[in-house]
Ligand binder design. Structure first.
Ligand code: HH2
Length: 289
């Protein structure tokens, strides 16, 4: 029997429904930014679209397209610039593929334009706290919204983050945000404790260990550990050498009940999950998942 707790849950998207109860799903990261912490400047224009399609071939279940770096210390990007980075890429990926697309943005106008261009999911690291218009955009179509926990803002979040009890505070935050969504008719919510967003190494480890408690709230849990600095703290490795840590932390998160894994290295993550799925379910059954 699978050690993953059974929280039957699905994401209803435009063209498809992702049954998250069956296996962990992979969200491939596409940063259309000059300054992202691990892949800034690598993906623009045609190269961005090619990278998205490569991730689909490698087994990404969703492609997450973002035009604003939220690395510690990052400044906000003006609306026009973010739109100009993200929209053409969403449009081009949609014209070449039916892969589910999420848009990683805190701005309602970017989310709205991306949804119009065919995106399926809003991934808002501010959990709809930064833009008062985001709830309207999210409620207008019955599509999922990822709500992430962050202490502070990217510019200041890693300046001595403090909690009385990080797990309880994130749980309280999720409950408040779920009530907020409920009141506004937003029915599909994914919860993300926000690894690295106003968190020390110990906070990140506590949150990963507490995934079953977040999953008990009844929404799918998304985890983003890929290449993040806590992996560097644990392994002594630089940002371009954190694949082992990324995969280990994601497999651990999956075991604890995370249903969506936001990763840069789709091919290797998929291979790792193929192995654990085969162990849990058998080769034939794992293929069918
Ligand atoms: N992490 C990053 C960005 N968006 N969204 C969710 N839901 N969860 C995360 O953990 C998360 C996220 C930061 O990673 P990355 O996109 O690689 O870097 P940057 O913000 O520098 O573009």
């Amino acid at each position: 029997m699978s050690p993953v707790p059974d929280y039957p849950t699905a994401l209803r998207l435009r063209e498809t429904t992702l049954d998250l109860s069956l296996r962990c799903h992979v969200m491939g990261i596409l940063n259309v930014t000059p300054d992202s912490f691990s892949d800034g400047g690598q993906h623009a224009g045609t190269a961005a679209v090619e990278h998205a399609l490569r991730m689909v071939e490698e087994g990404a279940d969703i492609v997450d397209i973002g035009g604003e770096s939220t690395r510690p210390g990052a400044r906000e990007v003006p609306l026009d610039e973010e739109l100009a980075r993200v929209l053409p890429v969403v449009e081009a990926v949609r014209s070449h593929s039916s892969v589910p697309i999420s848009v990683d943005t805190r701005k309602a106008a970017v989310a709205e334009a991306a949804l119009e261009a065919g995106a399926d999911v809003i991934n808002d690291i501010s959990a709809m706290r930064d833009d008062a218009d985001m709830p309207r955009v999210a409620a207008a179509q019955d599509l999922p919204v990822v709500l992430m926990h962050m202490q502070g803002s990217p510019e200041i979040m890693q300046r001595g983050p403090r909690y009385e009890n990080v797990v309880e505070e994130v749980l309280t935050f999720f409950r408040e945000r779920l009530a907020f969504c409920h009141e506004r008719g937003i029915r599909q919510v994914v919860l993300d404790p926000g690894i690295g967003f106003g968190k020390t190494l110990q906070h990140n480890l506590d949150l990963l260990r507490a995934i079953p408690r977040f999953a008990e709230l009844g929404c799918p849990v998304l985890i983003g550990t890929s290449r993040k600095s806590f992996l560097g703290q644990l392994t002594g490795r630089e940002v371009d050498d954190r694949l082992a840590g990324s995969i280990a932390s994601n497999l651990a998160a999956c075991r604890k009940g995370a249903r969506l894994l936001r990763v840069h290295d789709v091919r290797d993550m998929r291979a790792a999950l193929d192995v654990t799925d085969a162990i849990d379910h058998g080769v034939e059954a794992a293929h069918a998942l």
